[in-house]
Design a binder for this molecule. Structure first.
Ligand code: GAP
Length: 440
């Protein structure tokens, strides 16, 4: 199992993640996705959308605004209930989330702690030039409320029948008391959420269904089954809106941590917005003549936590024989091909000017044909062995090597990341050869 320092340093070295505002000394717990990180994150979101929206017939998408009417957060209960218990150390004055502490003393210095007080996690801001109570708004702490307030809009524009869901991917903001473990707990993060509306009599069946579908999505993308578990929330840890919640937890380098929650939110939110807005957020079943407020099952996943889980899971160290008869260490990211940030790297054997034009031609051909369905890289710096290692370390599934024989036989070598096997293929067959290898 990789430790967090090793993973963090690989992420920085290879351009997955950088400390936010680094040249100013950094802003605590903010991270910027670099060229490879942004590809990985985008691939995770695209795979999720593909499975949860495009491959189903009962989920449609939405992209609602981060800033919402302040009354939304009063009705939803976030103004009064979205709090964590905050304690201060009387000795070193560090602040802690009481519910995450192992005992009643400061984890830093062992000092006594104050009584817990509730701290609201929503970031406040002002809409417009006046900074007063009437212009106060919040950065959304979940994307879900944007879905609830659009229930009528989506239902009437799509004419969807129950059960149906609305999916949304977007940023959320929480003024967390304690952050840490790299991108695991930050104050700005991204979520992939579905609010799935069902008849109240069918909530438990659909809850189980979404637990299974969510679990299977991670497994289908190669996450090791033994590193993923389902944990039911105790009564005292559930959010104010929930009847029952199950977490999917991943076995991170520091232990088990939540990557996704699947909650039964009942009719709590729609009823709260009916009361708050005066609008009727109901569903009419024309086959039974029944009008009711649907229940909601909510699979809610953290994108950044998924990035961290997939990276930790993919990190592999192997012992491989070298040319001198000894052994070398090979570090590779065994990422699923659909998640890999670079799909294909084109590597001319050397920078020799005779090779360059053909290597560029092969690169252009792969890149512009769209066969890789993702980022294609050209790398001609350093020895071929080092370049293979570099691509292994960032999870590139296929390397295409152009050598001097290519000038004569019009063929190149495809090298596979996991097996390191090499096969010679005609340049004319490259698209087909790459396509099936990336799909398998
Ligand atoms: N709408 C439901 C909801 O917000 P949640 O369990 O509070 O539920 C959903 O959050 C997911 O968002 C979590 O499972 C986690 O993956 C991610 N998440 C929550 N807080 C986070 C934070 N501070 N940093 C990174 N990800 C976070």
């Amino acid at each position: 199992m990789v430790d967090l320092d090793t993973l963090t340093s690989l992420c920085k070295r290879r351009g997955f993640l950088f400390q936010g505002s680094e040249i100013y000394g950094g802003l605590a717990s903010t991270w910027d996705y670099g060229p490879l990180g942004v590809e990985l994150k985008r691939n995770i979101k695209d795979s999720w959308w593909q499975t949860m929206v495009w491959e189903r017939n009962d989920v449609v998408g939405l992209d609602s605004s981060v800033l919402m009417h302040p009354e939304v957060w009063k009705s939803s209960g976030h103004v009064s209930n979205f709090t964590d218990p905050l304690v201060d150390c009387l000795n070193c004055h560090q602040r802690w989330r009481e519910d995450l502490l192992e005992d009643a003393f400061c984890p830093e210095c062992g000092g006594d702690l104050t009584q817990a007080r509730n701290f609201n996690l929503m970031f406040k801001t002002f809409v417009g030039p006046l900074e007063d109570e009437s212009s106060t708004s919040y950065l959304r702490p979940e994307t879900a409320q944007g879905i609830f307030v659009n229930f009528n809009n989506v239902q009437s524009s799509t004419r969807k029948k129950l059960p149906f869901g609305i999916a949304q991917i977007g940023k959320a903001f929480r003024n967390e008391i304690t952050t840490g473990n790299f991108i695991f707990r930050t104050r700005e993060f991204e979520m992939m959420e579905i609010e799935y509306f069902v008849h109240p009599n069918e909530d438990e069946k659909w809850h189980q269904n979404w637990i299974d579908d969510s679990f299977n999505w991670y497994i289908s993308l190669g996450l090791k089954k033994e590193k993923l578990r389902i944990r039911k929330h105790d009564q005292d840890e559930m959010a104010h809106y929930s009847k029952a919640t199950f977490d999917l937890e991943y076995d991170f380098p520091w232990g088990w941590g939540e990557i996704q929650g699947i909650a039964n939110r009942t009719d709590f939110d729609l009823k709260a917005h009916i009361e708050g807005s005066g609008e009727s957020l109901t569903y009419f079943d024309d086959s039974t003549g029944e009008r009711f407020v649907p229940y909601v099952i909510e699979p809610s996943a953290g994108v950044d936590r998924a990035v961290l889980a997939f990276l930790s899971d993919a990190y592999t160290v192997e012992d491989v024989p070298n040319a001198k008869g000894g052994h070398d260490e090979r570090v590779l990211l065994k990422l699923h091909t659909s998640l890999a940030p670079v799909k294909v790297a084109v590597l001319p054997l050397s920078r020799n000017e005779r090779l360059a034009p053909l290597a560029r031609e092969v690169f252009d051909r792969i890149r512009t044909s769209g066969v890789a369905r993702g980022f294609v890289e050209f790398d001609d710096a350093q020895s071929i062995g080092r370049r293979y290692r570099r691509q292994d370390e960032t999870g590139t599934p296929l390397c295409v090597t152009v050598d001097f024989t290519s000038l004569e036989d019009g063929a190149v070598t495809i090298r596979e990341r996991d097996t390191m096997s090499q096969v010679r293929v005609a340049i004319g067959d490259l698209e087909e050869q790459i396509s099936w290898r990336l799909l398998n």
